[in-house]
Design a binder for this molecule. Structure first.
Ligand code: AMP
Length: 286
């Protein structure tokens, strides 16, 4: 385990390093992030460590996945702290390219995964997954991994990346890590720092509402509409959060299902706004 990871800024240097590792017979894991690291990100690094010899954590706040009016410019950035945390968790390399190295002048190429990007997050954030699919493809080209680790916290992102990897024949293993939560159940997120103390306390209702849905389904509830209604009532009763969506869907196709007993895995997901902060969370029913 490396205490102080190597920091790489240039694309060509990253590719050379990856080539060297591959020639030496090393297995490379990539953990793509936007930085402002927390325990959720670090759990991905640890999982990468278990599956590879060289763990590359990428830090890049990807402008193409933010819409106009979203939080790109105020997104938290803390590279120095991130390097220390990532090193302690076992990252060997931090790849943090500047924006112009990733999207130089004249840049024209984007990757679009159809259909599953039109629903849920994609409906509210129209070009988000085009940005995600593009940056993931580019980071794969830059870091040349055998293994890529993503978090279940971003369930639709996982579905999109899984489709992307299959459709474009990436010879890379996808590993999905469980969601790391605060003690009151709130999913760890770089965006939690935006919450006021009151909003932060209220936000635990998101996971409670998801657990409530799982309990109802376990007790035999089938009507998605009724389950969603109970979740919404709970969120509105216990918080100032404004529901963007609550969805019960097929875990692979992301198609909403009227009957919650009809598909497995089932993805129960939500997005709720607390003031200007938008939080997402989900659970899977296997
Ligand atoms: P981000 O920096 O928010 O783009 O996240 C980078 C990666 O960390 C993504 O694969 C996320 O799904 C994952 N991630 C974010 N939060 C968590 C969490 N609380 N638990 C597990 N993984 C997470």
């Amino acid at each position: 385990m490396t205490a102080q990871p190597r920091v790489v800024r240039e694309v060509a240097a990253m590719q050379q390093l990856a080539d060297q590792a591959r020639r030496a017979g090393q297995k490379i894991a990539v953990v793509p992030t936007m930085g402002a690291l927390h325990d959720g990100h670090l759990s991905l690094v640890r999982l990468g460590r278990e599956h590879a010899d060289l763990v590359v954590l990428t830090i890049f706040v990807n402008p193409t996945q933010f819409g106009p009016g979203e939080d790109f410019s105020r997104y938290p950035r803390s590279l120095d702290e991130d390097i220390v945390l990532a090193g302690k968790a076992g990252a060997d390399v931090i790849f943090a390219p500047p924006d112009e190295a990733v999207y130089p002048p004249g840049y024209l190429t984007y990757v679009h995964v159809e259909k599953i990007t039109d629903v849920l997050e994609g409906k509210v954030r129209p070009k988000h997954f085009r940005g995600v699919a593009t940056i993931v493809t580019k980071l794969f080209q830059m870091t040349k991994p055998h293994v890529a680790v993503f978090g279940q916290k971003d369930a639709q992102q996982v579905a999109v990346v899984r489709r992307l990897m299959a459709d474009l024949n990436f010879d890379i293993e996808l590993i999905v890590a469980p969601t790391v939560r605060e003690s009151d159940g709130l999913a760890k997120s770089s965006r939690n720092v935006y919450l006021s103390a009151t909003q932060r306390a209220e936000a635990s209702v998101l996971y409670r509402s998801l657990q409530h849905a799982v309990r109802l389904i376990g007790e035999g509830a089938r009507a998605s509409g009724a389950i969603i209604g109970e979740m919404r009532a709970m969120i509105e009763r216990d918080s100032s959060g404004v529901v963007d969506y609550i969805s019960i869907a097929d875990g692979s196709t992301l198609e909403e299902v009227a009957d919650a007993s009809s598909r497995r895995p089932l993805l129960i997901s939500l997005a709720v706004r607390f003031g200007t902060t938008r939080l997402i969370d989900n659970v899977i029913v296997e």
